[in-house]
Design a protein around this ligand. Structure first.
Ligand SMILES: Cc1ncc(COP(=O)(O)O)c(C=O)c1O
Length: 399
């Protein structure tokens, strides 16, 4: 049967304490016990539905986690204070000193910096590969490899990972496939294609209002329990816990994610086709010219389209900066990092979100100075937006 992630969101039913249509917020850091015996059982992880201390778990975080697990089709999920607060404990839970990670080389700059600069201090080595070449990925796997890491749609180059093929590799070598699905919520469901753990930065499309930072790791119940283990769980011990008030606000926003993703995708697809027809070097997985267009199509939940992210290359950093400045002045969107807002956001990744990656490496992976990354907003009249953008491009000689 076809997986329908929006139905999972539609069917959420959490009553508030007094019958509220939104669940009550657990505005507390600690919890009382009716007897000392239950306290011991809870510490030992034996008591279902009992809460101990809010760094471990809270009812509000539980509701949001359940919603996200349902959306990704996993048994369970653990929410965290940021996307990095989800990704880093997942990796540290799965990989230890002397062990190895194979990672896509085109990933979010923060994750790249974590793997390149931070984890070597803990004796964890990472080999970065072109994730679109499965034979190269396989060749990088060693006897010490524990994790294969990638983004479904990569930041910022919008390369698409073949989750089915990578999952087959992971199973062959008995390693875990960890996928960051931040760029393609609903459009692609990596766990349904064989990923073991699916992470998100909730900061982006899922929250959608650019007012919160959050993250999640979705996976098997046993793994999520491991992350929260009071003795050796990386999430529990590193402590990047989401606040309950924030979990409650993100859950409310998440209910409109299906309609938002459809509109982001519709608008991005409209602009990508127009920009390409205008002769701009445009990258969008929904374009037939995208090298992984067929692959994306073979993995997608069609109703949500190809996502809200696209890039254009305007030739130089100077032109990119001038165009972004003008588009902001004309109120087309904001010159800002991040993504998934109602308004279009644009940035030059080479000097912002991917600045952790050295110039030489950027060149090698095709990250050029003139690249502008767009997170296309929810504009009601995208044709009007296109005309405004085009007039900026003509004024600056980009077109
Ligand atoms: C693909 C991707 N993964 C992870 C992150 C990190 O998330 P956060 O900023 O919520 O820690 C980001 C963005 O910042 C991202 O774009």
């Amino acid at each position: 049967m076809k997986f329908k992630p929006a139905d999972a969101i539609q069917d959420l039913q959490f009553f508030g304490e007094f019958g509220g249509v939104n669940p009550s917020i657990s505005d507390t850091s600690t919890y009382t016990f009716m007897s000392a015996k239950t306290m011991l059982d809870t510490f030992e992880g034996n008591t279902e539905g009992c809460y101990l201390y809010s760094r471990h778990s809270t009812p509000s975080n539980g509701y949001l986690g359940e919603a996200l697990a349902d959306m990704e089709g996993t048994e369970s999920a653990n929410v965290s204070a940021s996307g990095m607060g989800a990704i880093t404990p997942v990796l540290l839970q799965l990989v230890g000193s002397g062990e190895h990670i194979v990672s896509s080389r085109t990933i979010y700059g923060g994750t790249y910096a974590f793997l390149k600069n931070f984890t070597p201090r803990l004796g964890i080595a990472t080999t970065f590969v072109d994730i679109t070449k499965v034979d190269i990925v396989e060749a990088a796997i060693t006897k010490n490899t524990k994790v294969l890491f990638c983004e479904t749609v990569s930041n910022p180059l919008l390369e698409v990972a073949d989750i089915r093929a990578l999952s087959a590799l992971a199973k062959k070598y008995n390693i875990k496939l960890v996928v960051d699905n931040t760029f393609s919520p609903l459009s692609i469901s990596p766990a349904k294609l064989g990923a073991d753990v699916v992470c998100h930065s909730l900061t982006k499309f899922i929250n959608g209002t650019s007012d919160a930072v959050g993250g999640v790791a979705c996976g098997a119940q046993e793994f999520i329990d491991d992350l929260r283990n009071v003795n050796n769980g990386a999430s529990m011990l590193l402590g990047s816990t989401m606040d309950s008030l924030r979990a409650s606000s993100i859950l409310k926003n998440m209910r409109t994610l299906p309609i938002r993703m459809k509109q982001h995708s519709y608008n991005a697809s409209f602009l990508a086709h127009k920009f390409e027809a205008d002769g701009l070097k445009t990258v969008y997985p929904g374009l037939e010219s995208h090298p992984s267009h067929q692959l994306f199509t073979s993995m997608m939940n069609t109703a949500y389209g190809f996502g809200g992210m696209l890039t254009i290359d305007v030739g130089s950093l100077e032109k990119a900066n001038a165009l972004m400045k003008l588009m902001q002045e004309r109120n087309i969107g904001y010159l800002a990092v991040s993504l998934g807002f109602y308004k279009t956001l644009f940035s030059a990744p080479g000097t912002s979100t991917s600045s952790e990656i050295s110039e030489e490496e950027q060149k090698e992976m095709g990250l050029t100075n003139g690249l502008i990354r767009f997170s296309i907003g929810l504009d009601n009249d995208i044709e009007r937006t296109y005309k405004m953008m085009k007039s900026c491009m003509i004024k600056l000689g980009v077109l």
